[in-house]
Design a protein around this ligand. Structure first.
Ligand SMILES: Nc1ncnc2c1ncn2[C@@H]1O[C@H](COP(=O)(O)OP(=O)(O)O)[C@@H](O)[C@H]1O
Ligand SMILES: [Mg+2]
Length: 288
């Protein structure tokens, strides 16, 4: 895709007990992509590979059209990353965090940083250890957004944060991409965040990409289906993703295109992102 901030093709990584298989997706410039999957699905591994923090076993990654390994130094200045735990020294004050980090970036913008500190209500003299998790996250975002990066990569930025702080963070992210020149990839297992701000969604389950595309298309594409035990007949049975059965009946997910196989006796309703995640994680095997 032209104009992609990030383009991943056929990415693979093998651990003894886990494999990232054939991961492909692309993040269009100026947009927010939610990268969702349950714990252990491979989100952090993918992010670490994008940042060339470890070797991959196959595939390619381009950031702003440049190879993430060959052109690592060039693209590093344009990427800002926030992982889910702070890397700041606990005893640092907020102002000292800036002093310590700004030297790493060519385009560090002190005015912008101070503006974020003010807007986020971070007290300049507080120590990192005195900040709540939401505040720490805001401090990390302030740092990440103060060197004019064109792409923000956030690994579970909202996990463990209370709903009010989460709402504020989402607002901050929406503002960040509002000029159309910046893009955000953020991983999460909290799907309500995605429903609110993501333009695109990539779903990963056990190292496989299940879906990557617009949020609207995703929400149009899958239905929940439920019925009594006797209603579970072919050919629909084979089309159900994450089929769960109990004594009285069954439930699962079906692609919109297979709705025609569902008889009138079945209950179908549009699936939420959460439903989709739940059922794909029940499904064994791979999606390729
Ligand atoms: N360095 C490592 N060595 C071996 N296995 C690892 C390593 N890092 C992660 N894994 C495994 O890879 C899988 C995916 O992990 P991760 O990418 O962190 O998932 P997520 O971020 O989606 O929760 C997990 O099963 C994890 O145990
Ligand atoms: Mg992770």
């Amino acid at each position: 895709m032209n104009n992609a901030a990030l383009e991943i093709n056929g990415l693979r990584k093998n651990y003894p007990d886990f494999s990232l298989r054939n991961v492909s997706f692309s993040l269009p410039m100026g947009s927010i992509m939610g990268f969702a999957g349950q714990n252990g699905a491979g989100k952090t591994t993918t992010i670490r590979l994008i940042l060339n923090m470890m070797a991959r076993d196959g595939g390619s990654i381009k950031v702003f059209g440049l190879d993430n390994i060959a052109d690592e130094q060039k693209i590093k200045q344009d990427i800002a990353v926030v992982f889910d735990d702070t890397y700041f020294v606990e005893n640092w004050k907020v102002i000292e965090v800036e002093k310590a980090l700004k030297g790493f970036y060519i385009n560090w913008n002190s005015t912008l940083f101070n503006q974020y500190v003010k807007n986020f209500h971070l007290s300049a003299n507080k120590r990192v250890k005195e900040l709540s998790r939401g505040m720490r996250m805001k401090l990390m975002l302030a740092v990440a957004m103060s060197h004019e990066a064109k792409m923000l990569i956030l690994d579970e930025p909202t996990s463990g944060i209370d709903p009010v702080a989460r709402e504020e963070l989402l607002e901050i992210l929406l503002n960040y991409v509002s000029d159309g020149q910046r893009s955000i990839l953020f991983s999460t297992h909290i799907t309500s965040d995605l429903e609110k701000i993501a333009d695109y969604i990539t779903l990963i389950s056990r190292g496989n990409i299940f879906y990557s595309g617009t949020k609207e298309d995703l929400l149009e594409s899958f239905y929940l289906v439920k019925g009594g035990t006797n209603d579970l007949v072919k050919p629909m049975r084979e089309k159900i993703i994450g089929l769960t059965t109990n004594r009285t009946g069954f439930a699962g997910l079906i692609p919109e295109s297979e709705l025609k196989h569902a008889g009138k006796e079945l209950v179908t309703e549009k699936a939420s992102i959460d439903d989709i995640l739940v059922y794909i994680s029940k499904e064994e095997g791979t999606y390729e």
